[in-house]
Write a protein that binds this ligand. Structure first.
Ligand SMILES: Cc1ncc(COP(=O)(O)O)c(C=O)c1O
Length: 426
């Protein structure tokens, strides 16, 4: 970045400070990860200069011979990796992608069945604070007391409300999903089964977690920047013409891929970010490498050690453990809450995120849970024994939350620990 050093020293200083923060601190926020130097580099390639409205082979502006190559590569790689018939790689983020899917498949007033926010659903699935909730009707299902999906409730709500979309997918649910049950209910009420796999897309890509499209889901979305380790963006993946034998002809959902492409462009977005699409293509190439598979397998092993070490130290976990990568600590029975835990760990250089627990009695800014994951630290090379050390740091900090001296010593220890695990490219 030689030019910016002299032309914009304030921005340059902030970039250096952020590099330092990312190197010295430990990233356990569920959703963050590190992009490879190649993925980062292509985002500032000349594709950032180009307008390319439309899709490969059918654009509104001229001189698309190179943009067509990169977008087609991104599409082909996404289809192959996720076993999809169609991939749209243009949505600018997970939130935008979800809105595109809703607008592709529904009319204003239609209903989506989604998981309650405090039970693990995401705001963009229809929380009352979103703009989406003014357009569509969102009905929520919940988990049982054990924290597993309440199938009786999902089925009863589906029969009662006849949703157009049944949405599976979460930002705080630590268990593998029984996709076939969602599909069975969706088929019964003629709904589209839509999976938002934003967090675990990378693990599905690596084949270490189940792929909803293999279980009959019609549409799947994943962000590209979490476990997938790509740039900030999203993939909307779908199966071809949906022919559901139960449907009456007038209810049959036509070609979902075409509807999705039209909803993204020109329905919701205009010029695609070709530099990001280029980086998505590069990230997907990396996904096909043995190194990526090894990372995904290690991340899941690390998650198991994280959960068991926490339980051994008497922490209570939502659902008692994890099948995927996500661990949610439940502090509701203790004197602290997720926000206090988050602030305490931040003081020793460990980033985490507060989280709700099912039917959380506390307000959103002081929820009872803390959400953690290890994919980012796995990218930096941590293995099972290192995870035990991470849990020991966390435990000691939480037990000494008001002792600034202990916290400051721990901060130095975390900094030393992180030196063994450099951030890719730094
Ligand atoms: C399940 C889920 N869907 C959608 C999103 C939104 O993605 P983005 O931040 O790219 O808009 C998130 C973000 O954390 C998420 O967890």
């Amino acid at each position: 970045m030689p030019a910016i050093q002299t032309t914009d020293p304030e921005i340059y200083a902030a970039i250096l400070a952020e590099q330092k923060r990312q190197s010295e601190g430990m990233e356990l926020i569920a959703s963050e990860n590190y992009q490879s130097p190649a993925v980062l580099a292509v985002q500032s390639s000349v594709f950032a200069n180009k307008y390319s409205e439309g899709f490969p082979g059918k654009r509104y502006y001229w001189w698309q011979e190179n943009t067509d190559i990169i977008e087609q590569l991104a599409i082909d790689r996404a289809k192959k990796i996720f076993h999809a018939d169609h991939a749209n790689v243009q949505a600018l983020s997970g939130a935008a992608a979800n809105l595109c899917v809703y607008s592709a498949l529904m009319n204003p007033g239609d209903t989506v069945l989604w998981m309650d926010l405090s039970h693990g659903g995401h705001l963009t699935h229809g929380a009352p604070v979103t703009f989406f909730s003014k357009i569509f009707n969102f009905i929520r299902y919940k988990t049982t007391a054990e924290g597993k999906i309440d199938w009786e409730q999902v089925r009863a709500l589906a029969r009662e409300h006849k949703p157009k979309i049944i949405l599976a997918g979460f930002s705080a649910y630590p268990r593998e999903l029984e996709y076939e049950k969602f599909v069975e209910i969706a088929n019964e009420v003629w709904a589209v089964a839509f999976a938002d796999m934003s967090h675990i897309g990378g693990f599905i890509a690596a084949g270490v977690l189940k792929n909803p499209l293999d279980y009959g889901f019609h549409v799947m979305m994943t962000t590209t920047h979490k476990s997938l380790r790509g740039p900030r963006g999203a993939l909307i993946l779908s199966k071809g013409i949906v022919s559901n034998p139960l449907k009456k002809p007038e209810d049959t959902i036509e070609n979902i891929p075409t509807r999705i492409d039209r909803a993204v462009f020109p329905g919701m977005q205009w010029g695609p970010h070709m530099n990001t699409i280029c980086a998505i293509a590069v990230a997907l190439k990396e996904v096909e490498s043995p190194e990526f598979k090894a990372y995904a397998e290690q991340a899941l092993k690390n998650a198991q050690v994280l959960a068991s070490e926490l339980v051994t130290r008497n922490y209570k976990l939502v659902t008692g453990g994890t099948d995927n990568h996500m661990v949610i600590i439940d502090f509701s029975w203790t004197e602290i809450d997720g926000s206090v835990a988050e602030k305490t760990l931040d003081k020793i250089g460990i980033s985490t995120s507060k989280s709700t627990i099912p039917d959380d009695p506390n307000p959103p800014f002081r929820p009872s849970g803390l959400r953690i994951w290890l994919p980012a630290m796995t990218t930096r090379g941590v293995k099972e024994d290192d995870v035990k050390k991470i849990v020991a740091f966390m435990d000691e900090a939480l037990k000494n939350k008001d002792n600034e001296e202990v916290l400051s010593e721990l901060k130095n220890k975390v900094k030393d620990f992180c030196k063994n695990f450099p951030v890719p490219g730094l």
